[in-house]
Write a protein that binds this ligand. Sequence first.
Ligand SMILES: *Cc1c(COP(=O)(O)O)cnc(C)c1O
Length: 387
Amino acid sequence: MVFEKAERLSKLPPYLFAEIDRKKKEVAKKGIDIISLGIGDPDLPTPKHIIERLKKAAEDPKNHKYPDYEGLFEFRKSASDWMKKRFDVSFDPDSEVVSLIGSKEGIAHIPLAFVNPGDYVLVPDPAYPVYNIGTLFAGGISHIMPLKRENNFLPDLKAIPENVLRKTKIMHINYPNNPTSAVADKSFFEEVIKLAKTYKFIVCHDMAYSELFYEEAPMSIFNVEGAREVAIEMHSLSKTYSMTGWRIGFAVGNPSIIEGLGKIKTNVDSGIFQAVQEAGIEALSGDQSCVEEYRKIYKERRDFVVAELSKMGYEVFYPKATFYVWVKTPDNIDSRTFCGKILEETGVVLTPGIGFGEYGEGYFRIALTVNQNRLKEAIERIKGVKF
Ligand SMILES: *Cc1c(COP(=O)(O)O)cnc(C)c1O
């Protein structure tokens, strides 16, 4: 039998990467060696001390039980200590921290706790697709906040209509930003908090790339006065410690927001395998030199790619953070045509900006998640393509 899917699935935006996936297979079949600069998944391994801790913790029978959804107290304490050390802000591990099965899980679930059908959620575009999808699954309406080059890829808060603001429950923001690599300054966060207080909505700040910076260390939204009244911040161990497959992150913030998210979680999941949480404790409270070392490697890659693309005449948005480079397509070629041609002729996979939303059109994204030699090879191949 073939079953008809629920309406919420038919509301999902088309999966634009299907076309890329298909082309990639075709190209690979021809024997062309594929270099994937598509998905933002670190090539650098999880640091050894974290793996060792997992091994030990996996042997301990006390870790074989159902964990609590909110996470081990020791994990939440490590998260809170890490926030204190990194941003000089304090959170009570019991009421202001919750563990997440990756920050994606928290972002997907938070609308279920706060959004009623017909409510608005403010969603940036281009963006990580989960902000919009989580909203749709909760029956909410995504109001798009375009991220434009002329605003340094920050949303124009004054452009959000009053009638939308009055029915808004959550605003999603993400800095350092995927896919644009933009960073936000204090005045932006101040404006966001002011608006959220006026219209009584939640600010959900996704800080998955907090440690992948090459200039100044980005600030937390909690470095801004008043944030505790309205904000939650999602953190992830995925990119910082090369732990994407481990599925571990955490949220910190306003206790009533944490409680609401926790209520959803306790009813749909049973937390993170405790051995993984122990490894997470090791990551957050152990030797941090791996973070510095990885940052240095990404910085070398960034410098190389930015220099090469600029020499070739591409308009590159200089990435102060993240492991992405956001680039304008030449001669305003649409992003799917551009990335399709590059893939077919060179085997290099790039992500078309349209895959992140309509305002991503006219751009493509390069993920710096292959080694320097492969990056060199990819650049050489791209140089050979004529438009
Ligand atoms: C990678 C990424 C995440 C992290 O997801 P996890 O579920 O923690 O692995 C969250 N937000 C953005 C924008 C990302 O790019």
